[in-house]
Design a protein around this ligand. Structure first.
Ligand code: AP5
Length: 214
């Protein structure tokens, strides 16, 4: 089973991904997480990606496609994967379809989480994360501990550089210009599952599983 999680920044892709991946026993592959992990390690890939991520721009297609292709070849992904944040351009979607077809595989569902821009700005500007385990918090909805240490692993809580107001605006612009055409692209192929991404995390989860027929 190959499932794509599509949606603007802050739509809740990362929040919902773990449960979906667990349900289908498939790995959760987040291109954003891979870039951040590489940046933390100071690898050439991480340093290259940072040039784009800091301004909210997209990392070049060629680099991302190569990265995801080799990740999908790993043993744990041969029976499927949950792709979070990839593809993000029509060129990436075409490259993915071609890559999978060459291996006799295909995308099964594209789940698109829909949330209005005003709510996204609120979610992203209040988001805080653990530098060690990646756990997510929100200053209003699920506040991090007052000592600034993660309640799960004790790691340092921080705000992502791209969660600053000016960068959020650019990420939304980039989404509307470069990624939202994928809604039509997957719709034309009968793979799109449109989901209302507002309401509680649990409500959104129920809608996703219902759309997937799970
Ligand atoms: P990436 O890490 O993929 O960021 P993103 O798509 O902008 O997504 P986010 O992680 O910000 O949001 P999310 O939808 O996962 O929301 P979350 O669950 O965290 O990419 C970062 C950068 O990497 C890109 O800008 C680009 O530069 C580069 N990149 C990555 N992939 C690429 C690609 N394929 N091609 C080119 N470049 C690429 O939730 C957000 C907040 O909302 C949290 O605080 C959460 O607690 C809260 N929340 C979640 N659900 C709810 C709810 N139902 N109600 C209230 N609050 C909620």
């Amino acid at each position: 089973m190959i499932i794509i999680l599509l949606g603007p920044p802050g739509a809740g892709k990362g929040t919902q991904a773990g449960t979906i991946a667990e349900k289908y026993s498939i790995p959760h592959i987040s291109t954003g997480d891979i870039f951040r992990a590489n940046l933390k390690e100071g690898t050439p890939l991480g340093l290259e990606a940072k040039k784009y991520m800091d301004s909210g721009a997209l990392v070049p297609d060629e680099l991302v496609v190569r990265l995801v292709g080799s990740r999908l070849d790993e043993p744990d992904a041969t029976s499927g994967a949950l792709l979070d944040g990839f593809p993000r351009t029509v060129a990436q979607a075409e490259a993915l379809a071609e890559y999978l077809a060459a291996k006799g595989r295909q995308v099964d569902h594209c789940v698109c989480l829909n949330v209005p821009d005003e709510a996204l700005i609120k979610r992203l500007s209040g988001r805080r994360m653990c530098r060690e385990c990646g756990a997510g918090f929100h200053v209003d909805y699920s506040p991090p501990p007052a000592d600034g240490r993660c309640s799960k692993c004790g790691g340092e809580i921080y705000q992502r550089d791209d969660d600053r107001e000016a960068t959020i605006q650019n990420r939304l612009k980039v989404y509307h210009e470069q990624t939202s055409p994928l809604v039509e692209w997957y719709g034309q192929r009968g793979l799109l599952r449109n989901i209302d991404g507002q309401g509680s995390v649990e409500d959104v989860q129920v809608r996703i599983f219902s759309a997937l027929g799970a």
